[in-house]
Design a protein around this ligand. Sequence first.
Ligand code: FES
Ligand code: FES
Length: 151
Amino acid sequence: MAVTININGKDETIDAAPGTPLLWVLRDHLQMTGTKFGCGVAQCGACTVHLDGEPVRSCSIPHDALDGGKVTTIEGKEGKAAKAIRDAWVNLNVPQCGYCQSGQIMSAVALLEANPKPSDQDIDDAMSGNLCRCATYMSIRRAIKQAAASL
Ligand code: FES
Ligand code: FES
C-alpha cells in the first residue's frame, strides 16, 4: 500500500514492501544517501533523521507507520541551529572518515533546537546514542559548544 510521507518539505508517495525501514526508503527509493546504514538495529545512530522534529533511528522505523508524518534528513535540514552546527563542524574539522557524521549532526541539531545552551551532561545525554569509530567525540562536544555560543 502506498503511503505519503513529507520528506524535507515535499510530499513523497512511497510504494515499498510492507515493513521496509525508512532508511531504505530514503536511500534506495529516493536516492537520499546522506543518511547512513551502520548497525540496522538502532544502536549506532548513523541513520538518524528527524521525525516531527525529534531525532529517530530510521533503520528501525517501518516506513508504513509514517503515513502523514514529517521527516527531515541531512539533505534538507535548515534553520539557525543547523547552520550553527554545520559552521562549527567545518571550523573545528570534526569529521575523520565522515561515515557517522550525518547522524551526529542530526542529533546535535535536535539538541540545540530543544536546548540552545546545553550543559556537558545535556550534550552527553543527547549524543550518547551516536557512535563514532574514529572517536571524534571530543571534537563533537567542542563543536556543539561553539555552535551554542554562536546562537
Ligand atoms: S543504522 Fe540505525 S542506529 Fe545503526
Ligand atoms: S568520523 Fe569515522 S566513524 Fe565517525
